[in-house]
Ligand binder design. Structure first.
Ligand SMILES: [Zn+2]
Length: 641
């Protein structure tokens, strides 16, 4: 966790023009900057950056955000990664906050799991190489499958004895915690006793990219239709399947060197290829690729080559994850291994050199491959061909980074050729998909919202301020939250700040849940001794919240005529009149509350009551009415829109 103080320090240094300008070529146009949008493909610039608002907005595709969301979208960083990147850029030392008890608990469990896994790996390897059962069952099987001893040792393979609880007993007598033992998946509880989970199986440790053992895969020896071929570690604090690429630790340097990552399905495929000298290879574990796995690949290279079995299930699994790979900006190639073979068996059959030649000669571009397959499927059916056109446009639209622009144009050209359709038509279709996706991602655009209110008020004219005021309760609620963000730190009187004053009353004044949340967040920051400003919201981790605050502050602001008359034409800034603004906004909302109470009270009066109750209700009514009159008098003096 990065401390709020550090975050504030980073935020105060942010220069959106400098940051966005590092990725997009920007030219000054008036107060704003303009460039070619990095999120959709365009030839004339419509990507606008406002240095004063610290926001960007593309008028072509509608994407908008702040510096941090730009880094998150463009560089695929998480919020925290973006902050760290900025801290590094601006030489801000990051101060980490003390971890919460929950986080500490997770950390402790994680540490225990790593220690236990390490112990288990050594135990299983030892069993494989030194015990008779290990050698006879495990080692001989691995050798039969063509694995040499040095590769077995490199990947730290092992063997689990067939006995019911050989490992569990050893681990317990070495003082390992029974709960951690179960969490690790190495043992399970049967009739109140811990027994081994991987009995009679070959053990494949699964390492993270720095070599720590996250968990295990346990493969059955020989054929057994009743038992699963592999048992894997259950999801726990450190084993998160969607984030694991088997072999990444052993492949890192080779991937870097070749600037390419080969992806196969299983553990043994990885090990066999390694043995054949092809080391830039990882395995996905047979499921379709996840975004986290793709990001892991992208840390090392942009070139991903997927090697899959010829059977259709494997191809389909491969194709499923690939649209995402395109979005991550990866160049995806596909190599199909001939029928009834897998990379493991095929490399054994061909030998290393021929296998590498085969990969080189059979690499297919993913988009073109997909198009070929679908075109073949569609045949001469025109409806289905139309579907293919849509599908390929959708896929191409996922290449939406600046550096992908030429690649995208190239695909459009090649696909149009294959489909025998107009290139410009396909180009337009691709842009349509980009727009659609972006508008789906951005549920609510702050600018559009602001425009809506602008239009509303323009239609009515400013003379009708009171009318607008009464119709638009929400406007006043928004105005109050805006006051809090803009003037919260100023003094209300000699004792308290504006924020303190608002905190006393806000639960009665604000109904809108989203606005309430903004106030609550401000309050926690304020109570933690921070001095929150709009920037804290603008760069908040929650992008939706950030957008809401932007739209709040972006709201067109003008003094009403009454207001101007009241001050006899003198020109004041909002800053100078903040007390009046806070007061009148709160008064309006209080008045609304009172009106509601009067209404409820009246409804209550209409029901049958005892005379005593009647009296109380009437007194309440009179009291509320008086409050209403007082407030209206105060408000009559100044009215703010
Ligand atoms: Zn755009």
């Amino acid at each position: 966790m990065i401390s709020q103080q550090s975050i504030q320090q980073i935020l105060s240094r942010i220069d959106i023009i400098e940051i966005v300008g590092g990725f997009v070529k920007l030219k000054k146009r008036g107060v704003n900057y303009l460039g070619l949008c990095p999120f959709h493909n365009e030839k004339t610039p419509s990507f606008t950056v406002s240095p004063t608002k610290e926001i960007y907005k593309c008028f072509g595709c509608g994407r908008s955000g702040n510096t941090i969301s730009f880094l998150m979208d463009h560089e695929k960083y998480s919020y925290v990664e973006a902050l760290r990147w900025l801290a590094n850029k601006y030489n801000v030392d990051i101060e980490e906050t003390e971890t919460s008890p929950e986080a500490r608990q997770v950390q402790q469990v994680s540490d225990s799991l790593y220690i236990l896994n390490n112990f288990a790996q050594q135990y299983f390897s030892n069993t494989l190489f030194t015990l008779e059962e290990g050698q006879d069952n495990g080692l001989s099987y691995l050798k039969e499958r063509g694995f040499r001893e040095e590769i077995i040792k490199k990947f730290q393979l092992g063997y689990c004895l067939q006995a019911r609880d050989a490992f569990a007993t050893t681990a317990l007598s070495a003082q390992y915690n029974p709960e951690i033992l179960q969490k690790s998946g190495l043992t399970v509880m049967r009739d109140d006793k811990l027994v081994d989970n991987y009995r009679g199986r070959i053990i494949f440790p699964v390492h993270n990219h720095s070599g720590k053992i996250l968990g295990f895969g346990a493969r059955i020896i020989g054929k057994n239709d009743k038992a699963p071929k592999y048992i894997n570690t259950p999801e726990n604090e450190i084993y998160v399947k969607s984030k694991i690429l088997y072999g990444s630790y052993f492949a890192r340097q080779a991937i870097d060197k070749h600037d390419e990552c080969l992806l196969v399905e299983g553990y043994t495929d990885v090990i066999s290829l390694h043995q054949a000298g092809i080391e830039n290879v990882v395995a996905s574990g047979g499921t379709s690729l996840t975004q986290d796995q793709l990001r892991l690949v992208k840390k090392y290279t942009n070139n991903l080559t997927i090697i899959y079995d010829g059977d259709s299930a494997g191809v389909k699994a491969a194709l499923r994850g690939l649209d995402m790979a395109l979005e991550e900006g990866l160049n995806v190639k596909l190599v199909l291994i001939p029928d009834k073979e897998d990379p493991d068996s095929y490399v054994h059959k061909l030998g290393a050199a021929k296998f590498q030649d085969f990969i080189k000669a059979n690499k297919k571009d993913f988009i073109i491959f997909q198009l070929e397959v679908s075109l073949q499927d569609a045949g001469s059916d025109t409806t289905r061909k139309a579907e293919v056109v849509n599908q390929v446009a959708e896929t191409i639209s996922r290449l939406n980074k600046v550096e992908d622009f030429t690649k995208q144009q190239d695909y459009i050209r090649r696909s149009a050729e294959m489909l025998k359709i107009e290139e410009t038509g396909l180009n337009a279709l691709v842009n349509k998909f980009i727009r659609q996706r972006i508008s789906k991602q951005e549920i609510k655009l702050p600018f559009d919202e602001a425009k809506y209110y602008e239009e509303q008020t323009q239609q009515k004219g400013y003379e009708d301020d009171t009318m607008v005021l009464l119709q638009k309760d929400e406007v006043q609620e928004r105005a109050l939250v805006r006051c809090l963000i803009e003037f919260g730190l100023k003094s209300w009187d000699e004792h308290v700040r504006v924020a303190d004053h608002i905190f006393e009353e806000y639960p009665d004044l604000i109904d809108d849940m989203r606005l309430l949340r903004i106030v609550e967040i401000y309050k926690t920051w304020h109570e933690a001794g921070l001095e929150p400003t709009d920037k804290n919201f603008l760069y908040h981790e929650d992008q939706q919240l950030s957008r809401e605050v932007v739209s709040l502050l972006d709201f067109p602001y003008e003094l009403s005529h009454n207001w101007k008359e009241h001050f006899e034409g003198k020109i004041f800034t909002r800053e100078e009149l903040y007390l009046e603004e806070v007061k009148s906004t709160m008064n309006y909302l209080k008045l609304r509350k009172i009106k509601k109470l009067i209404e409820e009270n009246q409804k209550d009066l209409e029901r049958l009551h005892t005379s005593e109750e009647q009296i109380i209700l009437i007194q309440t009514h009179q009291h509320l009415k008086q409050l209403e009159i007082d407030l209206t008098k105060q408000m009559g003096t100044v009215i703010l829109r």
